[in-house]
Design a protein around this ligand. Structure first.
Ligand code: CUA
Length: 368
């Protein structure tokens, strides 16, 4: 006997798909997520979260009132057989006044805490403050500690609880600087210095990411804030202030150091002591003044204590021998958009032999 084919309505699949997408989106709201803003671990993040809740609940109130009125009207005045149009309320003065005043009140409730929060987050509290200069590059972040004479890349060490005052600058690209658990977004802009401050309440590593599309390697420029006990921070500082480890003569590391020198890596990278601020500035000026096609220096991460970092290449690669070798073999393969291959004489006109790669890895990973 013939049976009609059952036709499944597409709405079931659509609902299931929507729920799945929603579930995936909502996982971003779990405080346990490494980049969730709902787990505020510092005064700035807390102020911003408090403000978010005020705005969120005001929005919920508006939604419930407006949708409630809409649903009520739809049900109460729905078309019924034999019923004329309901009485029209056009030009009702009381209603007009009510829905002019109500949004004003809603906006006022939001505006006052918003303005207070803007000023509180913009003004660094007085007292014991550590200065850090953040410089944006294509495609990584440089962290300079002017009072300590330290310059590092992509891993910002801070003592837990310490107020950190940031100056945000950039060489040649606009990035958005943020660490969700610690503070919201502030832009780094060439020719303009923005300022902000933060503190981390708990020891830990907090993930940061550039928050606006800035170019090819936008998704491949992470960074992290490492908040540690004051004593651990001081140990880190003391190590960063030391000159670079010198390889013993005749070792694989020493051969790597030689390759580093011969290949011109030192044109852009410093391996030595602490890096004078002027050096990066000089590189940038030379880069800007370069003749078309000419090899030129570019401010690249200070490698003096490269092996003290857990990650490299804009904090997207864990620092292991294997990863570092892959990177040195072809940086653009691991991080499309990086300018290392384009600018470094090590790749053009020279090239690195397999043996030289091993030697470089040995040298760089010895720089603790
Ligand atoms: Cu830098 Cu996106």
């Amino acid at each position: 006997m013939w049976k009609p084919k059952s036709r499944r309505s597409p709405s079931g699949a659509l609902v299931a798909l929507s729920l799945l997408v929603l579930a995936l989106l909502v996982t971003g709201c779990f405080p346990s997520h490494p980049q969730s803003t709902f787990d505020a671990v510092g005064p700035i993040a807390r102020m911003q979260l408090d403000l978010f809740y005020i705005i969120f609940w005001m929005a919920v109130l508006v939604f419930v009132v407006v949708e409630g009125a809409l649903v009520y009207a739809m049900v109460k005045f729905r078309r019924r057989p034999g019923r004329d149009l309901p009485q029209q309320a056009h030009g009702n003065t009381r209603l007009e006044v009510a829905w002019t005043i109500a949004p004003t009140l809603v906006l006022a409730v939001i505006a006052v805490p918003t303005i207070i929060t803007i000023f509180d987050t913009a003004n660094t509290p007085p007292g014991d403050v550590m200065e850090v200069v953040v410089t944006g590059h294509q495609w990584w972040f440089e962290f300079g500690y002017p009072d300590l004479g330290i310059s590092t890349a992509n891993e910002l060490h801070v003592p837990v609880g310490k107020t950190v005052s940031l100056s945000l600058e950039s060489d040649d690209v606009i990035h958005s600087f943020r660490v969700n658990k610690l503070f919201g977004t502030t832009d780094v802009i060439p020719g303009n210095t923005n300022t902000m401050w933060f503190a981390a309440d708990e020891v830990g590593e907090y993930y940061g990411q550039c928050a606006e599309f800035c170019g090819v390697a936008h998704a491949k420029m992470n960074f992290r804030v490492i908040a540690e006990e004051e004593a651990d921070f001081n140990i880190w500082v003391a190590n960063q202030q030391r000159p670079a480890v010198r390889p013993g003569s005749g070792t694989q590391e020493a051969l790597g150091q030689r390759v580093f020198g011969l290949s011109g890596c030192g044109t852009c990278h410093t391996i030595g002591g602490s890096e004078p601020e002027d050096m990066q500035q000089g590189r940038m000026e030379a880069f800007m003044a370069r003749e078309e096609g000419a090899m030129s220096p570019y401010p690249a991460p200070n490698l003096t204590h490269f092996a003290s970092r857990g990650t490299f290449a804009g904090s997207v690669q864990n620092l292991t021998d294997a990863n570092l070798r892959l990177w040195l073999e072809d940086p653009s393969n691991l991080k499309p958009g990086t300018r290392m291959k384009q600018l470094a004489t090590a790749y053009n006109p020279m090239s690195l032999e397999s043996e030289e790669l091993d030697q470089l890895v040995a040298y760089l990973t010895s720089l603790e």
